[in-house]
Write a protein that binds this ligand. Structure first.
Ligand code: AMP
Length: 552
């Protein structure tokens, strides 16, 4: 039991109380980094360039425009948009004005998007022109939405025979910017993001001003994203998924130059933009980096300014870290969730680790890392008992902290267990507090009563030169209950026969994983099913292989 002390018994500090407001970040950015640039690859085709000062003014004009549209405090205002300057203006213009910025993941299925627009009761949808065809399909099912606003230049405004559309620039142009950011309760909702769960309807994580500011402080620390005013940051992770891991806030808090890649996420476009804008730091999921690395390696290129990248969302394969290291780029492996705003842990060394050899240091950096100050974590067994942090015991990972959800939006059932949020991940934590994810609870493979880490097998297997992407799943076995099998997509240029790759792969795995973890079979498929956020969709994979059975 945690003990508490009554206020009457306390000598209270004599310090100002300033509510933690998202608008304070953009005000700070304007006042102290006003000339810092924000560069955006636009859907219009060109590169747009302006300053924090310009962004702050247009965000204020957007706040005014929302008031002119007679939207109310706490109304949900949705976006269907790539990473770009107008999206950034909405982040601040909406939240800073006491409304809730609901970022929708356009990669979700249409019926899921319709569901969340209704569930969130969105009043307005701002969308990039790319998403007009999607918007035209959503429109007939969303009659409660009052305004559909296209984020494009006036002279590029599309015509639609399906719905009336307003131009973003027309809205802003009507305003003079004579608006002061309001002050209100720091616990008010600021942004909303739905999970891209593989089963059931998406669930809403409703962030507050307070939780976002605390997450922003923690995420910019040296052992976190380590963002400074010397950095040029390219957030590749989408602003429609957990606020691009908070980078639209942390970059502005730190005063870093921002480079938004828009819709052009292929290796060639990313590389070109990184070089032309001299990007020093980035953040994204492994699938995006695989495309960039393929382009860079295939064309024998080098990075002239890129120094570090945060990789998370799913496990970063060690082979990817190695390739980046050879190109002079440090990988910071991070773990998080929509429900955690999203950052929970990041991998980094401690002074004592410097005594270790390089191979051992690499092993530490390959794990998901230590928790940020502000996040507590523990692992528990099947009966709820807390397990030892010895780096060996596997358990259900539980977290708590100021930027962890307490409830899902409009849900009366708390997900918490004794005040802790169950992440649905299975992990180990070592004595130094370093956490390693071994699986999702739903994906664990239990063979002869012992857990096998599918992620570890995938990590090793994906280092094989013929493999583009792979997934390890369980299949029923008469003696062992379950056994692992590996499902593989080979690289397009590989011409070897599947049987040959299979034999080669099993030899490659030998000695790198425990003998009894060795997959019982290797299957080849053309395309890997992925979730809307680029993670392996193992539910679908199991469904695709439901008629498969091991031969022996
Ligand atoms: P989402 O809420 O869509 O961002 O998904 C969160 C989930 O992604 C976590 O619960 C993990 O299962 C997975 N995840 C995120 N980061 C990592 C990582 N570095 N390694 C392994 N799994 C990860």
């Amino acid at each position: 039991m945690v003990s508490t002390i009554k206020n009457d018994d306390l000598l209270m500090g004599r310090m100002m109380f300033q509510p933690l407001m998202i608008s304070s970040i953009i005000e700070h950015a304007k006042n102290h980094h006003g000339s810092t640039e924000i560069v955006s690859q636009r859907t219009e085709g060109d590169l747009h360039r302006y300053t924090y000062r310009d962004c702050e003014l247009r965000s204020r004009k957007m706040a005014q425009a929302l008031n002119r549209l007679q939207l109310k405090t706490s109304d949900r205002i949705a976006t269907l948009a790539w990473n770009g300057y107008r999206h950034l203006e909405l982040y601040y213009g909406i939240s800073g004005n006491g409304m809730v910025c609901h970022t929708i993941n356009p990669r979700l299925f249409e019926d899921q998007i319709t569901y969340i627009i209704h569930h969130a009761d969105d009043q307005v949808i701002f969308f990039d022109i790319t998403f007009l065809p999607l918007v035209e399909k959503l429109y007939p099912h969303c009659s409660h939405v009052k305004h559909w606003i296209c984020m494009v230049d006036k002279n590029k405004m599309p015509e639609s025979s399906v719905l009336p559309i307003v131009c973003y620039e027309d809205l802003i142009d009507k305003e003079d910017g004579n608006f002061e950011w309001p002050i209100f309760d720091e616990n008010a909702a600021s942004a909303l993001c739905y999970t891209s769960g593989t089963t059931g309807n998406p669930k809403g994580a409703l962030y507050s001003h307070r939780s976002t500011i605390l997450h922003t402080y923690a995420s910019a620390l040296p052992d976190s994203l380590n963002i400074s005013a010397m950095d040029t940051v390219m957030p590749v992770v989408p602003m429609f998924h957990v606020n691009a891991w908070g980078t639209p806030y942390s970059c502005m808090m730190a005063g870093a130059k921002i480079v938004f890649p828009g819709a052009k996420l292929d290796g060639a476009s990313l590389y070109k933009l990184m070089e032309s804008e001299q990007v020093s730091m980035s953040a994204g999921v492994p699938t995006i980096w695989a495309g960039l690395l393929q382009y860079v390696m295939g064309n024998h290129l080098k990075f002239s300014s890129f120094k570090r990248t945060v990789i998370g969302g799913s496990a970063c394969p060690p082979a990817m870290m190695e390739t980046f290291a050879n190109l002079g780029v440090k990988v910071i492996h991070a773990w998080g969730m929509t429900e955690l705003s999203p950052l929970g842990t990041l991998a980094s060394l401690k002074v004592n680790d410097l005594k270790k050899n390089q191979a051992d240091q690499k092993l530490i950096l390959q794990k998901q890392g230590r928790s940020l100050f502000g996040i507590d974590m523990k692992i528990i067994g099947d009966t709820g008992q807390t397990l030892t942090n010895d780096g060996k015991a596997f358990g259900n990972l539980m977290v708590k902290g100021s930027w962890v959800i307490s409830d899902y939006f409009y849900s009366d059932q708390s997900p918490l267990i004794d005040g802790w949020f169950p992440t649905g991940d299975v992990a180990t934590i070592d004595a130094e507090g370093c956490m390693q994810i071994t699986d999702r609870t739903k994906d664990v493979i239990k063979s002869g009563g012992e857990w096998i880490s599918s992620i570890e097998i995938e990590n090793v297997a994906s280092g094989h030169p013929d493999i583009l992407i792979c997934a390890c799943i369980s299949t029923p076995h008469p003696k062992w209950d379950e056994r692992p099998i590996l499902v593989v997509v080979k690289k397009p240029e590989v011409t070897k026969k599947n049987e040959e790759i299979k034999a080669d792969l099993l030899t490659f795995l030998t000695g790198k994983i425990a003998k009894w973890w060795m997959p019982d079979d290797v299957l080849f498929i053309e395309e890997m099913p992925l979730t809307a956020t680029g993670k392996l969709l193992k539910v679908k994979l199991r469904e695709m292989l439901k008629d498969y059975s091991l031969k022996s």
